[in-house]
Design a protein around this ligand. Sequence first.
Ligand code: ZN
Length: 208
Amino acid sequence: MIVLLGPPASGKGTQGRLLAEAQGCSYLSTGRRLRVEVADDTSRGRLVKKFLEEGQYVPDHLVVDLVNEWIGQATKGWVLDGFPRTLSQAEELDRILAPEASSLKAILLDVDFSELESRVVGRRECKGCSWTGNVTEASETDGKCPDCGGLLHRRFDDIPENFRKRLKEFEDLTLPVASYYEKSKRLFKVCGVGKQENVFERLQSTLR
Ligand SMILES: [Zn+2]
């Protein structure tokens, strides 16, 4: 049971997928799942659409419902990306997991804020699977996903204005979540700067 914390574009998605793959468990990006539900026009998708489009924070109960539903299905363990995003979500997750909450590990990916904005502007995501990369990688494969061949696109919420909102939201809402896990000795900090494989190596040795 691992939660990944980090500012927008810190590489949580990539590291989360690698980690879940290495551990043979499930990976859930709440942000990605919600965007898929918007695209599929599900009832939850219709409820969260305007929050995502405006770069706003999706209300707790909608995300908690999603996570609760999904954790029940992930029998081989899981890596959560994008949740908990607030202190109350973190407390709610502990209630959901009790009595196993103490074995949860939280990883904070540390990346210099000045590097993050340029990453966001160049970020590309696959429509078919959860692959994320940057515009340079996308041009190497002609705009196709290296994993599934799907079309790569820029996320509709990846605009500088939304990025600054998400960064502020991270500082105001999610940093307290990191302190919460730190107090209960469940927080591990990993430097998120450098090549994907090097970050992943650091992450794995931290967890060992
Ligand atoms: Zn793909």
